[in-house]
Design a protein around this ligand. Structure first.
Ligand code: IPD
Ligand code: CA
Ligand code: CA
Ligand code: CA
Length: 267
């Protein structure tokens, strides 16, 4: 795959994320009318807005790149040996979205030959588009962003989340260790947006014991391009099954890793 093909997809991914975020925002303004369904459990929600925005994203990708593969949270998909694979979460933070909380975003990543090369997170409530392309830095709108420069856990907020996919100890044990060192955590309800905030240096990092690729990959590209480090998320079939995620600058990465009980998973 050529550099110019990836560059073209980078521009288009930003365009799609803006269009999808604008569509999602229209739904958000009429959220009282949305029919909400449950998936795995009562905390795992989906609405017609999620499906409609995913359809829009898939249509836009297929219009310009019919040979690219797309994996979406709501409609699945497979990679079928495609050179480029788009990984899409139409609304990350659905529980916030349906309850009128502003912490949600559109989350998009693109893999080229199995490697995550583009990450885009669009937050229409704050008109913030976080975007990164491998080798070209990370940005919030037109401004270059950088990971936090904290050297110790007590120098800022750590983004954390958990889901019913993992035992609650995976987060509670980390909180115990973190707070014992004077650290502090925040859970905003959208893993993709929290990761983007970490890449922008608003948080000292992000950890979640299991993330799906449509939530994790944009933040991974953003954090690497923002000068931080990440675990090898795609290992052991991560694209299909998900994996733990840890994003931070190098010093904080080591300190969080030491606190995570199953840190072997992060290598
Ligand atoms: C969820 C959110 C949440 C994270 C979960 C995700 P959804 O995504 O990002 O913060 O902890 O792992 O599944 O269901 O709102 O798209
Ligand atoms: Ca979901
Ligand atoms: Ca999600
Ligand atoms: Ca979602």
């Amino acid at each position: 795959a050529s550099t110019s093909e990836t560059d073209a997809r980078y521009r288009y991914a930003c365009e799609i994320a803006r269009a999808a975020a604008s569509r999602a925002y229209s739904w958000y303004q009429q959220r009282q009318k949305l029919v909400v369904e449950h998936k795995r459990d009562l905390q795992d929600v989906v609405s017609e807005a999620d499906r409609n925005v995913e359809d829009l994203i898939k249509t836009l990708i297929a219009e310009r790149y019919p040979d690219d593969a797309v994996i979406g949270e709501e409609s699945g998909g497979n990679t079928q040996g495609a050179t480029y694979v788009w990984v899409v979460d139409p609304i990350d933070g659905t529980a916030c979205f349906i309850n009128g909380l502003h912490n949600w975003c559109v989350s998009l990543a693109v893999l080229c030959e199995g490697e995550a090369v583009i990450g885009v997170v669009c937050d229409p409530n704050h008109q913030e588009l976080f975007h990164a392309r491998q080798g070209q830095g990370a940005w919030m709108n037109e401004t270059r962003i950088h990971a936090h420069n904290a050297q110790h856990l007590n120098e800022g907020l750590l983004g954390l989340s958990n889901s019913s996919r993992v035992p609650s100890e995976s987060v509670t044990s980390l909180i115990t260790g973190l707070t014992a060192q004077g650290g502090m955590f925040i859970r905003i309800g959208s893993g993709a947006l929290t990761s983007a905030w970490a890449a922008a240096g608003r948080l000292i990092g992000y950890y979640e014991a299991h993330m799906n690729p449509w939530d994790s990959l944009p933040g991974i590209v953003l954090m690497r391009e923002a000068g931080g480090v990440t675990n090898d998320y795609l290992r052991n079939d991560g694209l299909k099954k998900g994996n733990p995620v840890l994003l931070a600058n190098a010093a904080i990465y080591q300190q969080i890793k030491a606190l995570v009980d199953n840190s072997a998973l992060l290598d």
